[in-house]
Design a protein. Structure first.
Length: 495
């Protein structure tokens, strides 16, 4: 058919007319380059048609013995499942029941992979449900230094140092992880790959909670790891995902003062950020953003705003400034790209607000934020409200005076040792012979002046009367003759 096409083309050129279209179409279709192109397109189509989960799950080729090494306590393992794909590890309890103790996963199943000096480094990881690593085994890598240094990442003792490390640790080389001289790039890539993969699995399976600090909890960020800053809410993070492509994590924090700026970015990078802000007229409020993940282009300068109390504060794209790669501070090693946002004074940082990121086709993403100043204000308000509630719940008890229990001294100011006058009821008790002497004795000890105080207020010794007495008799009986004699003597001497 190809030769027939060629002859028809020549004939058409000499005599005029058209070439044999059918022959030429067949010839083009059967051309070697056309076959290669079609075959390649078919292969690519098949690759994209295969479900993403089926493309991954490289963990299926890992031998069972190696899986047991990174999770030695487990008695049973499940097949890989979920997104990202992980193997669940169970321990059999004495009563025969099973307890989920952790997960086993492969870094290559959780892209993006971290690249060493010459290529990606793949590792198998075991992790308990509390976020503590139980083992790490390097499964695949190739470095040019292997020709001179051998299999250096599998050197006895190197992989084992990852055991019992928590995913909240920064995994910094020479601080948290012992390095290997001359191959620090590869060691750093392995450490970062293990940390990031473990954190992604922990987030996917809810092994770690969201920000744990309450709205009123005031903490000092300086000295905290990036992981702890996220847990406390000082750094708020959300993920933007592009279906079939990957995702990017965006962390946001308010730089409240120079002390925090130097801690977040390092002195040199923070000074450069301040100069960038000054060139744009300065900033009342400086925000830090940190990007990580496989699709960094999902972060854009456009579409940012802040909402507070129903008002929207737009952030000009010119005030979203990229600072490039982190070179210092606590953010170093935790993010791939960092930058700052300049927000004007319309924002009141002493009250909660919300970051809003509008990506049009990928939707709107937002996260609420409370600065340290807002937390202090909330804490003071909560303390005042609690004190007021306690005051209302515990009113002071008013004690009414007991009139009957008052003593002579309380009511009159006189001593209680004075003799006391009987009440009316006591006076009406029948008299006995034995009580006669007591009656005389009792009246002898009563002062007439005391009678003016009132009978109800004075308790008196018990005595009885023999018969109804006249007023004169009662008056004479109540007179103290000894006292009267003394008064008469005084009058005589005075005259």
């Amino acid at each position: 058919m190809r030769s027939k096409c060629v002859r028809s083309v020549r004939r058409a050129r000499v005599r005029g007319g058209f070439a044999d279209r059918e022959a030429c179409a067949y010839a083009r279709a059967m051309h070697p380059f056309a076959i290669v192109r079609k075959t390649s397109a078919l292969i690519l189509a098949l690759v994209f048609l295969v479900p993403q989960g089926a493309q991954g799950q490289r963990i299926q080729r890992i031998p069972a013995s190696l899986i047991q090494e990174v999770m030695p306590r487990a008695d049973r393992f499940t097949d890989p499942q979920g997104d990202p794909p992980v193997i669940s590890a169970f321990e059999v309890l004495p009563d025969g029941s099973e307890d989920l103790i952790g997960y086993v996963f492969l870094t290559s199943d959780l892209p993006p992979e971290q690249y060493g000096y010459s290529g990606p480094i793949e590792a198998l990881i075991g992790m308990r449900t509390d976020g503590t690593l139980t083992g790490v085994r390097v499964t695949d890598y190739f470095e040019s230094y292997m020709q001179s240094m051998g299999d250096f990442l599998r050197t006895p003792g190197f992989q084992e140092q990852f055991s019992e490390k928590h995913i909240g640790d920064p995994f910094q080389l020479w601080n948290d992880i012992d390095g290997i001289s001359r191959v620090s790039i590869s060691v750093r890539a392995l450490s970062r790959g293990v940390r990031d993969a473990a954190r992604r699995v922990a987030n996917a399976h809810a092994l770690i909670d969201g920000p744990s600090a309450t709205a009123t909890e005031v903490v000092d960020p300086v000295g905290m790891s990036w992981f702890d800053l996220r847990q406390s809410g000082i750094v708020q993070r959300f993920e933007v995902t592009e279906p079939g492509e990957g995702s990017a994590g965006i962390g946001l924090a308010f730089v409240e003062n120079d002390r925090l700026g130097n801690y977040f970015l390092g002195e040199q990078l923070y000074a450069r950020a301040q100069r960038s802000a000054e060139r744009r007229g300065g900033a009342d409020n400086l925000m830090l953003y940190a990007i990580d993940g496989s699709r960094l282009r999902l972060f854009r300068q456009q579409g940012w705003s802040i909402e507070q109390d129903g008002d929207t504060i737009q952030i000009d794209s010119r005030n979203v400034i990229s600072m490039g790669l982190p070179s210092g501070g606590i953010v170093s090693g935790e993010a791939t790209l960092i930058g700052i946002m300049l927000v004007d004074s319309l924002l009141d940082t002493a009250r909660p607000f919300r970051f809003v990121y509008d990506l049009d086709d990928l939707g709107i993403h937002s996260v609420e934020y409370r600065s340290l100043e807002a937390r202090r204000s909330a804490a003071e308000a909560a303390a005042a409200a609690e004190a007021e509630a306690l005051a209302l719940a515990e009113p002071q008890e008013l004690v009414e005076p007991d009139v009957e229990s008052k003593t002579l001294a309380d009511r009159t100011g006189l001593s209680e040792d004075r003799p006391k006058i009987p009440s009316k009821e006591e006076l009406e008790v029948p008299l006995t012979e034995e009580g006669a002497s007591a009656t005389d004795q009792g009246f002898d000890s009563v002062d007439v002046a005391d009678a003016e105080l009132g009978a109800e207020a004075i308790a008196v010794p018990e005595f009885v009367l023999t018969e109804d007495e006249s007023l004169l008799q009662r008056t004479l009986a109540g007179v103290s003759w000894r006292r009267l004699a003394m008064m008469a003597l005084v009058l005589v001497l005075g005259s």
